[in-house]
Design a protein around this ligand. Structure first.
Ligand code: NDP
Length: 600
């Protein structure tokens, strides 16, 4: 039977339902008595408490600043050391800090408005962001490629598979940068060290680690929500004598491209998040022995991949991807029927219904594990005990079966995690696991450090100081006191499972703001304090509706279980409403922004 390539409505409808807060539907007749669900909820709470008991408080369990000997975990293994170059002191119209999808999408839109002078300043040696740095074996995107890869209409490109692999996405980024002529002014292997507003010149002064002092009329913080690798805080991490690296800096010089370098090696991998889930099947097939150190199992759902049908691709009409995006946007809005159905339930009934359906979905994931993993003890250890979406859901066909391989060993730390590494390898409950190479799949610093890097606004205030009392933005994009500055993929925006959906909306909004400012001959635009207050309150109102975060097992979705101010997170009012609000602001710029005339 010919596979459907999926429309935005067909593809992973369960994710769309999750976005709408409906969660998975339980087939009629499969509902269990309420005591069954209550017992599972109690088990979820026990498992969460177990983890909270073992962990150092919240986010402190990780090392974010990789300094001294640990700095090597951040070194770029994909490019030679940069050649010396003269420091830049020129002025550009728009400067992007970061060269991933945020910058590429917003730039494409700016080009449509005729903005010529665009500079990307990027730490890596090319554009691509996440897809530049993450090249681990098995890397692919869990969002359907026809939705995730941006600008497919504009690029006249149809992805090769239903789920794009990392290298295809990286190449797509490079192709976008070429098409929109973004390489010309770009500077790579360059890290921005400070971004300071000059009130007299009405320009941003951007300094870098290469000695540059560039100026820009507009600055876009496009440095990604998860761009800095982090390590678990483990005693003895520096004592380990074997080879080690982070998944975000895969050492192919050691493993070889086809992983043949691991044939005779005992490999350890710490972490079982979305990255590890994709890398472990490849490692299991390639190395002599593999030890997987697990603290909390991921939920592993089905992932139906297939090569794009060329007949389907040929029939696509111009504008096909824009239509998919429109359908996706509409699908995030509740239908009248859904609203009417919900209105018949009390708030408690609504929550119970959602939770029960969520538990049913999680139990389906448990049943899959029992079916696919032969050793019952391993199967038990791989079962996640938390509500679906408490942690990033994972999708894989081979991950679970990899644990049936005789050379693959799950070291389940029952929520404790690895807290000691000896010179030979990780130690758990008195046993040292001797490994030749240790791979840290311990994730990335979420949001803060990456984005807010010595940004000093019109009032001389560093943005972290402004945020000490809580994050304050409009749409997660504008912050009062920081004229002509825009933040992409930061907090207080409406996060989507498909991040590029949100980046489109933000890119379009930013380009519209810049275009308006330029067309009207203004020097600067700045969100008004009232508009900022309004948005912060919107964020708080929508985040106040649920305790789900607190009830979840710790992870980066809930700040590792740390108590967090309600405004320091994402906007939960729904993507449709978010986009509508940005459009309203674009249609009434003078209401939301203060514009400054040129001083000279
Ligand atoms: P995560 O932060 O999701 O995972 C880190 C892992 O390290 C967790 O399993 C964590 O356990 C574990 N860990 C931390 N400390 C210890 C310790 N002391 N001992 C044992 N284990 C430990 O990072 P990932 O790199 O996996 O994923 C980051 C994000 O990148 C994803 O969530 C996703 O958004 C994105 N990604 C996207 C993909 C895509 O398809 N689009 C593919 C891959 C990644 P615990 O769970 O207990 O905290």
């Amino acid at each position: 039977m010919e596979k459907s390539q999926g429309t935005a409505n067909e593809v992973k409808p369960e994710l769309r339902e999750l976005a709408q807060g409906q969660l998975y539907k339980t087939p009629p007749g499969e509902q269990k008595p309420q005591e069954y669900y209550d017992a599972i909820k109690r088990k979820f709470a026990e498992e969460r408490d177990l983890r909270l008991k073992y962990k150092p408080a919240g986010t402190k369990e990780y090392i974010y600043e990789l300094e001294g000997n640990l700095a090597r975990y951040e070194v770029d293994p994909y490019a030679p050391q940069p050649a010396p170059r003269a420091a830049l002191t020129d002025t550009v119209e728009v400067l992007f800090i970061g060269g991933g999808f945020s910058a590429l999408l917003a730039s494409a839109k700016l080009r449509e408005y005729g903005v010529e002078s665009i500079r990307i300043v990027e730490r890596g040696a090319d554009v691509g962001g996440t897809w530049y740095w993450n090249r681990y074996p098995g890397i692919a995107c869990d969002v359907v490629s026809y939705d995730y890869l941006p600008l497919l209409d504009e690029m006249n490109y149809v992805p090769r598979d239903h789920y794009a692999k990392g290298n295809e996405i990286f190449e797509h980024c490079q192709a976008i940068a070429k098409k929109y002529d973004l390489y010309g002014l770009a500077v790579f292997q360059t890290t921005v060290t400070s971004t300071v507003w000059n009130n007299i010149e009405q320009l941003w002064v951007v300094k870098t680690d290469r000695g540059d002092t560039m100026k820009a009329r507009f600055v876009v913080c496009a440095n990604g929500p998860m761009s800095k690798p982090k390590l678990a805080r483990i005693d003895g991490i520096e004592d380990y004598k074997g080879h080690s690296f982070h998944t975000g800096r895969w050492d192919y010089a050691y493993t070889k491209q086809d992983l043949s370098g691991l044939q005779d090696k005992v490999v350890g991998i710490i972490g079982t998040g979305a990255t590890a889930v994709q890398a472990i099947p490849k490692l299991g097939a390639a190395c002599k022995e593999l030890y997987v150190f697990q603290r909390t199992p991921s939920s592993i759902d089905f992932r139906d991949d297939w090569p794009t049908d060329p007949n389907w691709a040929r029939k696509l009409k111009p504008g096909w991807q824009a239509k998919r995006r429109e359908r996706t946007l509409l699908a995030t809005q509740e239908t009248d029927e859904q609203k009417a159905k919900k209105a018949t339930l009390t708030p408690e009934e609504k929550i119970r219904k959602q939770e029960n359906a969520n538990i049913d979905a999680m139990m389906r994931i448990h049943r899959r594990i029992e079916k696919e993993v032969k050793d019952p003890a391993t199967a038990e250890a791989l079962k996640p005990w938390y509500m679906l979406m408490c942690k990033r859901p994972c999708f894989h066909e081979d991950y679970l079966a990899t644990f049936n391989r005789p050379n693959v060993h799950l070291v389940d730390t029952h929520g404790k995690g690895i807290h000691r590494i000896t010179e030979k390898g990780p130690e758990f409950e008195g046993k040292v696991y001797e490994v030749d190479v240790l791979i840290y799949a311990t994730g990335f610093d979420v949001q803060k450090t990456g984005i807010y890097n010595q940004i000093v606004g019109a009032n001389g205030l560093e943005i972290n100081d402004k945020y000490k009392g809580g994050i304050r933005t409009m749409f997660g994009i504008h912050s009062h006191g920081y004229p002509n500055m825009f933040i992409m993929a930061g907090y207080q925006a409406s996060f989507q499972f498909n991040l590029t959906d949100m980046l489109y909306a933000q890119g379009e909004h930013i380009a519209a703001c810049i275009d308006y400012t330029r067309k009207h001959g203004y020097a600067a635009l700045e969100v008004t304090p009232d508009a900022e207050d309004w948005w912060v309150q919107e964020v708080i109102n929508f985040r106040g509706k649920t305790d789900r975060n607190k009830e979840c097992t710790p992870g980066y979705y809930n700040f590792e279980g740390e108590d967090n101010r309600r405004q320091d997170g994402t906007y939960n009012g729904g993507f449709y409403r978010y986009v509508e609000h940005t459009k309203e602001a674009q249609a009434a710029m003078e209401k939301y922004f203060k514009f400054e005339n040129r001083k000279n």
